[in-house]
Design a protein around this ligand. Structure first.
Ligand code: NAP
Length: 258
């Protein structure tokens, strides 16, 4: 595919955390195809550069910046770089996240693992919004999408930290959405089901049995594709979603409605 320089997001700038891989990469490419200039912000620097290369190969414009969402200073610098290079910020996709290392019931859950998951998956989203919102306000508005999960709307046995952090992303999204609705920043969340990404590869162990177990939980009989989450994120950022505020959009093949 090639970039449509007159696409729906021409002249706009999107900042994407976790953009070096999986859902973030697919969303970065999708934004660029519709004309946005994209900042790929992730701890995985080779992956950042690869996403940029993929975008540039299609004629799009993108910038790779190292950004650990647990470090407020790195987030601030990455966003300053965004404005320095591309002049503005219209959209943010706060998507960086990690999966639990191993399941354990709540009473046995490791405290350090709890903190690690909360630090990246929930506090990271807060820190990013804290530094994105003033920049988006500067040009009169925009849209933010935060990545929650199916685990944001149902409980996952053996996964108290991930479940709580992803529920927290939805609560944070609602509170922030109310704070800025009148100032023309729309803040929503996306809740993916099982999606074929490097994270899911680790989660299933990459084995046919591991994959089959996950697919068995999906009423559609397959995992989702990162592009299917990207499509939802792009729509939430579009004018078509102008009346969507603080919504948690579940895109999960029916996993959480059973
Ligand atoms: P992924 O393939 O692992 O990609 C996530 C990216 O985030 C990786 O490049 C990772 O780098 C990066 N990252 C990790 N910690 C970071 C930090 N502190 N600061 C900045 N970047 C960081 O994962 P994915 O499947 O695309 O998941 C993206 C988001 O969707 C996550 O929030 C995840 O919880 C959520 N989600 C995924 C699924 C699914 O089935 N895949 C389902 C529901 C929700 P490293 O690889 O170097 O760690």
């Amino acid at each position: 595919m090639t970039t449509n320089k007159n696409g729906a997001y021409a002249g706009k700038v999107a900042f994407i955390t976790g953009g070096a891989n999986g859902i973030g990469r697919a969303t970065a490419i999708a934004f660029a195809r519709l004309g946005a200039r994209v900042v790929v912000a992730d701890v995985f620097e080779d992956g950042n550069h690869e996403t940029v290369r993929l975008i540039e190969a299609e004629g799009g414009q993108a910038l790779a910046v190292r950004c650990d969402v647990t470090r407020a200073e790195e987030v601030k610098v990455a966003l300053e770089k965004t404005v320095e290079v591309f002049g503005r910020l219209d959209f943010a996709f706060n998507n960086a996240g990690i999966e639990p290392k191993k399941p354990a019931p709540t009473a046995d859950y490791d405290e350090e693992e709890w903190d690690r998951i909360f630090d990246i998956n929930l506090r990271g989203v807060f820190v990013c919004m804290k530094h994105e919102i003033p920049l988006i306000l500067k040009q009169g508005g925009g849209a933010i999408v935060n990545t929650s999960s199916g685990a944001g709307v149902i409980g996952i046995k053996g996964s108290p930290a991930y479940t709580a952090a992803k529920h927290g992303v939805i609560g944070l999204t609602k509170a922030a959405a109310l704070d800025y609705a009148a100032q023309n920043i729309r803040i929503n969340a996306v809740c993916p089901g099982y999606i074929e990404t490097p994270m899911m590869e680790r989660f299933t162990g990459g084995t046919p049995e591991g994959r089959a177990k996950v697919i068995a939980e999906e009423p559609v009989g397959r995992m989702g594709k990162p592009e299917e989450i990207a499509a939802a994120v792009l729509w939430l950022c579009s004018d078509g979603a102008a009346f969507m505020i603080g919504h948690a959009m579940v895109v999960d093949g029916g996993q959480t409605i059973q």
